[in-house]
Design a protein around this ligand. Sequence first.
Ligand code: NAP
Length: 285
Amino acid sequence: MKKLLLQLDPDPIPATFDTVVGYDGGADHVVTYGSIDPDNVQWITDGAIFTRAPKEKRYTAIFVGGSSMAKGEALFKAVKKKFFADFRVSVMLDSNGSNTTAAAGVAVMAKNRSLAGKKAVVLAGTGPVGMRAAVMLVREGATVALTSRKMERAQASCDQIRERFGLTVTPVQAVSNEERAQTLRDAHVCFAAGAAAAPLLDKAHWQANPTLELIADANATPPLGVDGVEMFDKAKDRDGKIVWGAIGFGALKLAVHRACIGKLFEANDLVLDAEEIYAVAKEMA
Ligand SMILES: NC(=O)c1ccc[n+]([C@@H]2O[C@H](COP(=O)([O-])OP(=O)(O)OC[C@H]3O[C@@H](n4cnc5c(N)ncnc54)[C@H](OP(=O)(O)O)[C@@H]3O)[C@@H](O)[C@H]2O)c1
């Protein structure tokens, strides 16, 4: 029985990254679909749940990706809505690597230390990675703020987090590097989740911050998000702060992504979203 991974992407061109990791995670075949939305996904879910016998359904699984967290969540919800009784297959949500990247980044920071009671700021946190990192930091007991260059975007992201997880994240507008540095006053944890090649913070901003303990930067495309943090940094002590660059925790991200794909084929009723993927990352970190 071939292990089939149906890769659903709201974007017109399904992400190659997700296809490759689909194979590396153990799928025998990855079927990619682009421009998928809650209306046209039913034909795919029907084909997934009605074809194989109950014991064989675990060999079919669904992966939801794409560049938009909101579209990914809506599609994920629509897929699950089609399931009933044992007519279901395992599903995973990882829009733009959101869950796996955030899980790896937060898990390395939370390894062997408690984040409870800490103040954390997710810089440029309105993208898929930042929104999920904010959720995982709150789950670790931190008080979390999320910045955007536009207050409406920060607010919309925090609203989306509250709606999906029932958790509170504070929206903050910060347009310049100086304003982002201001949001880090009294903060202990900084998770930089800006777009590729978007600088967010100067070196002096974090070096001079007396309360900051941990910094992770998800951006692997120069110029990096946090000046002075190198992309291969892995729990490196820089000026008294423990820092991780994107590749520094990227190996764990890839391992988590692959492990989750492998898990999908272990049963036909798994739902892998932030909570489950973070648990996998914590175990692997
Ligand atoms: N390390 C890994 O393994 C790994 C895996 C996947 C992704 N990534 C990286 O993780 C990062 C976050 O991914 P994502 O998909 O969540 O990012 P994204 O959606 O592309 O961007 C995140 C936010 O960055 C802000 N931004 C865009 N251009 C900016 C600029 N010039 N200056 C300041 N802020 C800017 C935007 O926020 P506002 O418009 O609201 O300000 C945007 O919502 C990316 O750099 C991505 O390449 C790393």
